[in-house]
Design a protein around this ligand. Sequence first.
Ligand code: NAP
Ligand code: ZN
Ligand code: ZN
Length: 351
Amino acid sequence: MNTKQIKAFGTEAADAALEQLAITRRAILPNDVEIDIEYCGVCHSDLHFAKNDWGFSVYPVVPGHEIVGTVTQVGDKVTAYKVGDVVAVGCLVDSCRSCNNCKADLEQYCPEWVGTYGGHDKHLDMQTFGGYSESIVVDEHFVLRVPDNLDKAAIAPVLCAGITTWSPLRHWNVGKGTKVAVVGLGGLGHMAIKLADALGAEVTLLSRSPSKTKDAMDLGADHVVISTDESQMAEVQGVFDLIIDTVPYIHDINPYVGTLATNGTLVLVGYLGPLDPMLNSMPMIMGRKNVAGSLIGGIAETQELLDFCGEHGITSEIEMIRIQDINTAYERMLKSDVHYRFVIDMASLKP
Ligand code: NAP
Ligand code: ZN
Ligand code: ZN
């Protein structure tokens, strides 16, 4: 198969810094779109994967799944896109297209879904490389249209931070009158606040960081509760219909379950792995409370969100960086010092 060598930024090992390296992309196939990458958001999952936090990273790792750019080539059978279109790619670049989940537009739950990085490119028989790179080749089914009224850099985080919070907001029917709480004000958390607010919900931020209170209110939160303050937590017992927990590392979720209303649901989207301390079933049984999880969103749902953002003028709050600053950005992310998403100007990779 024809291939192309391009420049990227990635890491060869869990304890190594990210640096410039060369990667292989396939030449376009009949259904493929080639995209010149202009902006790529920096997700905490990029850091988890680069550092092998989940134990299944394959090196070299080239992260990045909040990609916005311009179409430079299309295959013979491509119908939805043409050269010059502004498009986006999120966390998924392939799936089986025939299982029940794929047929239901839930490609993210397909047993054969292929992540934008760290997945398996069946055409090249090697791992996929993400958006910290010059360009990407993707089947048109997994390419998204970007509304032309929105800033190209600030829309990039919608491709992961946005859809990961939008999917549970939609699945649990959030709207006017719903009481939503968001745990953690980072990339996902700030999009969750904006989107829940735009859907008409009453929104509370549950945060460890009192310094983020004003920002949360500016983003659309109606209330802020400091999660380490027991008296503040006591005031919100039995209140929330939906809690979206974005905290990336292991933490005690039992105090949050207590803040759910009867029939309420706490959705874990951040931490991946066994809970410790264990989940106490008592408040769940006594109050018919639910604990659930959710993974990104399907392609149709991601397009629905991009269109919603276009209609409502919603984008992410971003701090633009050069690719050469990525290691410092990761250090800041570990300290929760992100306001509220780093986006890489990929022109910095193409001097
Ligand atoms: P982020 O920007 O780093 O934000 C995480 C926030 O969590 C922090 O700002 C902080 O907010 C809070 N936090 C609480 N305890 C923390 C701790 N020990 N260390 C760091 N932060 C802590 O991360 P993100 O990009 O929003 O991603 C959040 C998590 O979601 C990551 O684990 C990521 O892998 C995961 N994720 C999951 C999906 C999915 O499909 N389920 C998709 C994308 C990302 P406060 O200061 O307000 O407490
Ligand atoms: Zn992500
Ligand atoms: Zn499938």
